[in-house]
Design a protein around this ligand. Structure first.
Ligand code: GRF
Length: 201
């Protein structure tokens, strides 16, 4: 009889973020004591991004890379070595090359601060999104969690949540409302996806 020394390993998440990192922080806090899911690394293309300091206390390895390294296949090689179950984008603005998207098909998710397909696509990020919502006069906005494909903000939608906005809300007010929703839902939806749990809250 063969003795197996295989230990049950946690499922790995790799984060991609290059902004202030409030969602990345929330994800780190959420999974901190989870023995089944572990955030192993932060991939970041901006050495000065706020997210780097935010994840430091969690002992997560940070990998800084350039756009050239991303597009030359170097980043893909690093990802293959880690072999994550899920790649989570949280404020990452560069488009992922097709090789990464196809290698990790249905394993890369992103969060977008509007109800896609509204206010998505190239150039629609951060305050541009909330300003466009304000200009439109819409009475609601929200968040979208979706799979990443080879275009901006167009992959299959996993989860959406809306929030009411009033005519008095400034784009900053709208941004705050959406960010609050993001912090509340993103980690739970990722968790549900990884554990194959329902997430139709
Ligand atoms: C969030 O609004 C998210 O929807 C978008 O980028 C922003 C990141 O914010 N993809 P933060 O860096 O997590 O604070």
């Amino acid at each position: 009889m063969k003795l197996s020394l295989k230990v049950n390993q946690a499922s790995k998440i790799v984060l991609f973020a290059s902004g202030s990192g409030s969602n990345a922080l929330r994800l780190c806090q959420y999974f901190e004591n989870n023995s089944k899911v572990q955030i192993t690394s932060l991939f970041c293309n901006n050495a000065n991004a706020g997210v780097i300091e935010k994840v430091k206390p969690f002992g997560i390895k940070t990998v800084i890379f350039s756009k050239v390294q991303l597009e030359s296949g170097e980043v893909l090689e690093k990802l293959k070595n880690i072999s994550p179950e899920m790649i989570v984008l949280a404020g990452f603005l560069l488009k992922l090359p097709g090789e990464i998207v196809s290698h990790f098909s249905r394993k890369i998710v992103n969060i977008h601060p509007s109800l896609l397909p509204k206010y998505g696509g190239k150039g629609m990020y951060g305050h541009h999104v909330h300003q466009a919502v304000k200009n439109s006069g819409d009475n609601k906005t929200g968040l979208t969690i979706h799979y990443v494909d080879q275009h901006y903000d167009s992959g299959a939608i996993i989860f959406q949540k809306s929030v009411d906005i009033s005519p008095n809300d400034t784009p900053q007010d709208i941004a705050q409302k959406v960010l609050k929703l993001e912090h509340y839902y993103y980690a739970s939806v990722i968790h549900a996806l990884m554990e194959d749990l329902p997430y139709d809250w």
